[in-house]
Design a protein around this ligand. Structure first.
Ligand code: PLP
Length: 383
């Protein structure tokens, strides 16, 4: 690929025209929120038209079908069956349902890491009063967690290993196949928070052998806030009974029977209540773009863009905090900074959208970015 060290455009650059934010700004913050596409805007417009013209009547055909289409789209992007996908509003609600469905009697321990997004640990920390133990495995460098450290924490008392595919803190890609194997070797289950990977890094849930996985629209699937999914491995679905639930988990929800729950046979048993349809439509627009290009192709381009950004940062005397092995890097580049909020303000003054995290400026390119965007951002940070 030739574009990395030059200002020439890459093979996906023409998609930039579908993201109007670039008419006014350079957007380098996709790991917070993917940019809005014209297709998502069009899809949300369609939802509003249906709401206006048909009201609740749209539920019984098109809106119900939109939910099925979304489950199918999410399934396709991670290599799952649609019946293994439950829709949720956030990673927090999805993991709350998951944490409520596991049995901690013989195995009270949950293992997680210091680099994972904290809402995951909170689901099990909240269960400490009822005897659940949470072990947080530390990271020696703030970038990765060595597999042998994780292995030492997993034992016969471990119910679940809950960690990330891509760490939001460093962009490092974790070998989730290896994590699942470590968990299974001790009879534990494995949950992967893949919010920072699905869309930018290929994921095949069946090939990795993970038991549960979450991802969604906010970042790399270009769907905005409000829709995520929980994947549950087929053979586990009917073994697990939710304790946190809602009427969408009921196989015959339109019986409106408060006397008992007949659980769905598929992963919908882990759903809760009425999905936010505007968000569903926004996600359908974003997924259309992602599926059209294909995640392996996105990864190819984004990997080059990430290396380009890192090379430019190093060339400007900055010291990006990224995984040592390039194959472990993804499109989250943390640049140490004494005054990250100030630097993000200076970037904003130059019409560049980035983000600050403690001690760092965070830049995250996606397939709609160009090497020129990196040059502009690094120029500001160098100054
Ligand atoms: C890895 C990861 N997990 C979870 C979340 C957020 O979870 P929720 O959907 O509950 O807000 C984020 C950031 O938004 C994240 O980066």
């Amino acid at each position: 690929m030739a574009f990395a060290s030059t200002t020439s455009a890459h093979p996906l650059a023409h998609y930039r025209a579908e993201f109007p934010i670039f008419e006014r700004q350079i957007y380098l913050n996709s790991c917070s929120l993917g940019a809005l596409s014209t297709r998502s805007r069009r899809q949300v417009g369609r939802f509003l038209e249906l709401w206006e013209s048909r009201g609740a009547a749209a539920w019984y055909d098109v809106w119900w079908e939109a939910l099925a289409e979304l489950r199918q789209g999410y399934a396709q992007v991670v290599g799952a069956n649609p019946g293994e996908i439950a829709l949720h509003a956030s990673i927090s609600t999805a993991t709350a349902v998951l944490s409520g469905a596991l049995d901690y009697a013989a195995r009270p321990k949950v293992v997680t890491t210091a680099l994972d997004f904290p809402t995951v640990a909170y689901q099990w920390l909240a269960k400490q009063p009822s005897g659940v133990e949470v072990e947080v495995v530390e990271s020696p460098d703030g970038i990765t967690v060595p597999l042998d450290t994780l292995e030492r924490a997993i034992d016969r008392r471990t119910a679940l290993v809950a960690t990330s595919h891509v760490y939001f803190t460093s962009g490092a890609i974790q070998d989730v196949r290896a994590v699942a194997d470590l968990a299974h070797a001790k009879g534990a289950l494995c949950f992967i928070d893949a919010y920072q990977s699905v869309g930018q890094v290929p994921v095949n849930v069946h090939a990795t052998g993970v038991d549960f996985l979450c991802a969604g629209g906010l970042k790399w699937l270009l769907g905005g806030p409000g829709t995520v999914f929980l994947y549950v491995r087929e053979d586990l679905i009917r073994q697990l009974t939710p304790t946190v639930t809602g009427w969408f988990a009921h196989q015959r929800q339109f019986d409106f029977d408060p006397r008992g729950i007949v659980w769905h046979d598929d992963a919908r048993r882990f759903e809760q209540g009425t999905p936010a349809l505007a968000a569903v439509y926004a996600q359908l627009g974003g997924l259309e773009v992602i599926r059209e290009i294909g995640v392996p192709r996105i990864r190819e381009i984004v990997r080059e863009l990430t290396e380009d950004l890192i090379t430019r940062a190093l060339g400007a005397g900055l010291h990006p905090k990224v995984a040592a092995d390039p194959s472990q890097r993804s499109a989250i580049v943390m640049i140490p900074d004494d005054n990250p909020a100030g630097s993000v303000r200076r970037l904003a003054d130059a019409s560049i959208v980035a983000d600050a995290r403690p001690g760092h400026v965070r830049l995250s390119p996606f397939f709609y970015n160009l090497s020129d965007d990196h040059a502009a951002a690094i120029e500001v940070l160098r100054a």
